[in-house]
Design a protein around this ligand. Structure first.
Ligand code: MF3
Ligand code: CO
Length: 251
């Protein structure tokens, strides 16, 4: 079921999404070598609670933490634990906040100290894939143009797009229809409508796109062991463009 949000609902969605964006910035300023992924999760939990919101991921389908913290070849859904971050790692932090009856969702990939040139490029291109995808995006755009743009930019840089996980709409539920794949054929799919709220989230691999899930049922890692990155924002489709809800104004 696809929900078109009213202006009142979009106003209610601003707060959880702003908290997600601010929390990602907060984590980005503190994440460093020597910290465990569990300590990253504690930063997220405390920030979201102190903001008067709830961490949507905690308990979602049995998920045991407030954030997904995915290191190197783990592309998404890394469960925080005692793993210690070290110089040269790339770490994707994905989190959701619930407030005013709505969810917000966002992710960033952080570099720990000096990372390899390949990882630097992967993180940069993954972020660029998001901004390529929203160029010209507005009411009337065919849904799969988003994936087409992500895939074109990733593959032009020698990377591949993950197939097993996609973006999605969001609202009163964390995952609503439609799914938003990171691959697709230009000019196909439903036409987007003003008031749709989407999570566009390129998940890009340095090597092959095939993913395996660990026995814990969550941790998704690249079969070839090469690194992967993730970048996500929640945005509103408008008649004349998009309004990103998880990029708080820098002050
Ligand atoms: N935030 C993720 C997404 O982009 C969902 C995380 S799954 C959870 O869809 F179990 F951690 F919640
Ligand atoms: Co998402």
């Amino acid at each position: 079921m696809i929900f078109i949000k009213s202006e009142e609902e979009i106003d209610l969605m601003r707060e959880p999404n702003r908290i997600v964006g601010e929390c990602l910035n907060f984590v980005g300023e503190r994440i460093r070598a020597g910290m465990t992924t569990k300590e990253v999760d504690e930063l997220v939990y405390n920030f979201i609670k102190a903001s008067g919101a709830e961490p949507s991921c905690l308990g979602y389908c049995g998920y045991p933490a407030s954030a997904c913290v995915s290191v190197n070849e783990v592309v998404v859904h890394g469960i925080p634990d005692d793993r210690v971050l070290k110089e040269g790692d790339i770490v994707s932090v994905d989190l959701c906040a619930y407030k005013n009856g709505f969810h917000g969702d966002g992710a960033r990939t952080f570099c720990i100290g000096e990372v390899s040139e390949e990882k630097q490029k992967l993180v940069r291109v993954t972020e660029e894939c998001f901004f390529k995808a929203i160029e010209g995006l507005k009411a009337g755009t065919p849904l799969y143009d988003i994936g087409y743009k992500v895939q074109t930019h990733a593959e032009a840089n020698g990377f591949s797009v993950i197939r097993a996980y996609t973006g999605h709409a969001i609202g009163r539920e964390m995952h609503e229809d439609p799914m938003v794949p990171n691959f697709g054929r230009k000019g196909t799919g439903l036409r987007l409508r003003a008031g749709m709220v989407l999570c566009i989230e390129p998940m890009i691999a340095a090597g092959d796109w095939r993913v395996e899930v660990a026995p814990d049922g969550w941790t998704a890692y690249m079969r070839d062991g090469r690194p992967a990155a993730h970048y996500e924002n929640t945005l509103v489709i408008r008649e004349d463009g998009v309004e990103i809800l998880t990029l708080p104004a820098q002050q």
